[in-house]
Design a protein around this ligand. Structure first.
Ligand code: FAD
Length: 308
């Protein structure tokens, strides 16, 4: 029982269990203004020394950030030591248009795509395949694999995607994405470690043998996260709401509370055998940096100093 194992592992001295063998990746979104661009690059430069496996850049709803996502991914690939992954969705585009975007990534040296279906352009509507477009993420993965030997990550849903009839259909869809050529799934955010452990067991029981990486969203704005959780079917535990009561006018405290909760969630996942985490950074470096630090992730310089 993975939950009991995790609890036993956590019973010792605080943070004695962090081993430095955790691998991390970071997600950013493409900036809309010069000021946001500065914030993004500050985040990238702060997190780069931690040696993440990759960093990814999201693709705006309906392909609205196509150029900005491309420019950001290409610049990361060109100007940093990081491996950049580009998110790509099927929304509002023909196969030819999407293939063209992928070709541009390949030409820019980008070898990793996070392949997604995307959401309908207008919230609340049913997803419709664009005429001549890819019908879902599995079809997109297959299309990308035909173009080039990209490394491909896809999305996974520990609490089931709202469009799935049930958990079994959701797992069948994950299997289809893996069979089409994806090598890893990154999960939607969730709030309790048990949610992930249960899902990992379901994935294994379904015979899906892929790397499932928990997506960690540090919660600083409870109202916003509650809205997002409702849209994607993520359970919000009562304790989370209570922790944010009375903090509306205390943004600095909210950051500290967010770091504490996300570090605790990450530490429990690690105690349960998770060795890879993906952080939704929202382009702010400090939270992800502090959480990684608590989990024993150190910069290359620090590791060299410790080894000397
Ligand atoms: P899919 O895996 O294709 O499927 C979604 C659902 O539809 C599944 O429940 C599946 O069961 C059902 N389904 C699929 N095909 C069929 C079919 N043929 N018949 C019946 N049912 C079917 N969105 C963005 O716009 N930009 C991003 O950059 C972005 N990044 C993300 C990163 C991560 C890690 C995650 C978890 C999500 C991200 N999303 C992003 C959100 C994502 O686009 C939405 O969750 C979307 O609704 C589903 O995308 P998917 O790739 O999971 O879809």
């Amino acid at each position: 029982n993975q939950l009991e194992e995790a609890q036993t592992a956590l019973a010792g001295p605080l943070y004695a269990d962090v081993g430095g063998d955790l691998e991390v990746s970071f997600e950013f979104f493409p900036p809309k203004s010069e000021k946001m661009e500065e914030q993004l690059w500050d985040a990238i430069r702060t997190l780069e020394p931690l040696g993440p496996r990759f960093v990814s850049v999201t693709y705006g709803a309906g392909g609205s950030t196509r150029e900005r996502t491309h420019a950001t991914v290409a610049r990361i690939q060109r100007e940093t030591s990081l491996a950049a992954a580009a998110h790509l969705t099927c929304v509002e585009a023909t196969k030819e248009e999407i293939d063209q975007v992928a070709e541009e990534y390949w030409a820019a040296g980008v070898r990793h795509i996070v392949a997604l279906r995307g959401d309908p352009p207008r919230a609340g509507e049913k997803y419709q395949t664009h005429p001549g477009g890819y019908e879902n993420a599995a079809a997109l993965v297959a299309g990308l694999k035909k173009l080039h030997p990209f490394e491909i990550s896809v999305a996974a849903y520990p609490e089931c995607h709202p469009d799935s009839a049930d958990a079994a259909a959701d797992l069948d869809n994950l299997r289809a994405k893996m069979d089409a050529g994806a090598t890893r799934a990154i999960t939607q955010f969730f709030h309790e470690p048990e949610t992930f452990f249960r899902y990992r067991d379901q994935v294994a029981a379904a015979g899906i043998d892929a790397e499932i990486v928990p997506g960690i969203m540090p919660v600083t704005n409870f109202a916003a996260v509650k809205r997002m959780s409702a849209m994607c079917g993520t359970e919000v535990p009562a304790w989370l709401g209570r922790l944010f009561e009375g903090l509306d006018d205390h943004p600095a405290s909210r950051q500290l509370v967010a770091a504490t909760i996300a570090a605790e969630l990450s530490r429990r996942l690690y105690a349960g055998g998770v060795k890879q985490l993906h952080f939704y950074t929202l382009n702010r470096a400090e939270l992800a940096f502090a959480i990684c630090h608590l989990l024993g992730v150190r910069s290359r310089d620090e590791k060299a100093k410790a080894a000397a």
